[in-house]
Structure formats: C-alpha cells, structure tokens
Write a protein that binds this ligand. Sequence first.
Ligand code: PRP
Ligand code: ZN
Length: 288
Amino acid sequence: MNGNLRLALQKKGRLTDKSLELLRLCGMDIENYSERLVVTARNFPLDILFLRDDDIPEYVRDGVADVGIVGEDVIYEKQIPSIIIEKLGFGRCSLMLAYPENKELKKLEDIDGKTIATTYPKILKDFLKSRSLDAKIIELSGSVEIAPSLGVADLICDIVSTGNTLMMNKLKKSFKVFDSEAVLISANSSLKDEKKNEYLTDLRRRIRSVMTAGSSKYLMMNIPKDSLSKIIDIIPSLKSPTVLHLAEENMLAVHAVIPSESFWQIIDDLKSAGASGILLLPIENLIQ
Ligand code: PRP
Ligand code: ZN
C-alpha cells in the first residue's frame, strides 16, 4: 500500500472510457491502461483498479478500493450498503424488459406466467412484486440477450443504453424497470485515512467542476451599444455578463457563461436584438 487513493473502475464495458475521460478532464495524467489491473496517475496520488463492474461494490465495502465508479443498477442489484458520494451524469441507461420482435406484448400484465432471463434477479423480483406480477426469473451471469432465441426464456430484463444489443438480437424493448447512471461510491461518508480523505475531497471538487463545465458554454458576441440592456435580458447567464469595449465605437463585446441547452432557444432573440459574430465555446473547468 503506497498511501494513494484507490479507485475501482469497470475493466471493460460501457463505463470504462467515459470514466477515464472524466479523470483526464479532472487533470489526471493516466497512461493507456491496456490490460493492466492497476494504473497509477502520474501527477496525482491515485491508483486505478480495473475490475468487473459487478464486483466493485464488494471491493469498496471490503476496503480493497477506497472509492469506485459504477452504475446505480449494480449497486441496487448487489444490495451492498454503499454511499453514493457523487452522481456523475454519464452512463445513463435503463434496465428494461425486452422480447423477440416477432412476438406481441400489449400490456405489462401479459408477462404473467412468462419466463424472464436476467443478470438482475433482485431488482426484477422487486419490480414484479411491486406490481403483483407472477413471472419466472431465470438468473444468468451474462449474454442474456441470446436467451429467447435459445428457447431459454420468453423475455429478458437487461440494460439498454444505445439499444444496439437489442437490435442485433432481434429484440424490442418494452417496459422500463429501473433508470441508472454512473455514480462515485464509497463505503463511508468519509475515509478513515486522513491523507486519502484529502485526496478524495480534491478529486470530488474537480469532478464537480468538470460536470458544471460540461453543462455550460462560453458565449461571445458583438452587439450595438444601445441594445445592451435588451441582450442582458435575453442571456440566461450564470453570472453577470462581461461587457468589453471594441475599437469600433457604438459596439460592445459581451461574454457570458450560459447553460448549454439554452443556446438554441436564445439565438434568434440575440440576432434580432442586433448581436453578430456569435461564438459558443466549450468550457473545460468551471470553479464556483
Ligand atoms: C450492458 C448490457 C448490454 C449492453 C447494452 O452491458 O448487458 O450488453 O450494456 O448496451 P447498448 O444498448 O448500448 O447495446 P454492461 O456494459 O453493463 O456490461 P456487463 O453486462 O458486462 O456488466
Ligand atoms: Zn455488469
């Protein structure tokens, strides 16, 4: 043990690249991990452990890793007490019921008496119980999407993200069981080791800054001097906009940080208020 903060990540799967990208945006210099189990950041006391995502809650509980990045689906399925310390806003997906394209399933009650293959037996059991449905659960450890074509099950209950896996297996999604996104977990609200706790506080601060930055954009434009108050009314700025003089008299430059999704709603209003040379730039970090 080298005193570094130990973070568990999914070795291979939907969350791997996005998790590494988040860490890089947090300023961590991480080498390409290829097939290694542990990688240490070059410029931060952080060891990254690459593990099967299903095992991460257990490793975090047992202290093998101090924190982990995993989907909420895994946490609820494993029912291992863990504390979600940050929601990470990526890896959004749903646990869904799906069935062969050539079959018909009109309403949820139609699954009564059917068999459902899944790697999420606990979540599925709770779901069926809460709706007083009686279906048989077949627990598998992977590749559930092929269960219907093998005649093992009528339906599957599995994670759907882009929907490609279902499409490739001629399945269509039906009812949603659970929504999930990636989260940062730990076993306790603070770590026992004081140094590690400091590293974690630093990491969380960086994560929040990256997340706020990701949902914001830097807007720049030139405007006629006399439309300033009109423009300020239009901009849904996080803070008061910056106003700069231009060499050209009667013109001003206005800069503001805005929520990303609002840009397309305000663009027409900005133009009709006289704005020109409108630029929208990504922000890497935003400290509030
Ligand atoms: C899930 C699921 C599918 C895939 C669906 O796997 O089991 O294979 O994602 O994604 P798509 O709709 O984009 O095709 P996950 O990444 O959780 O890996 P695991 O099953 O190995 O845990
Ligand atoms: Zn998994």
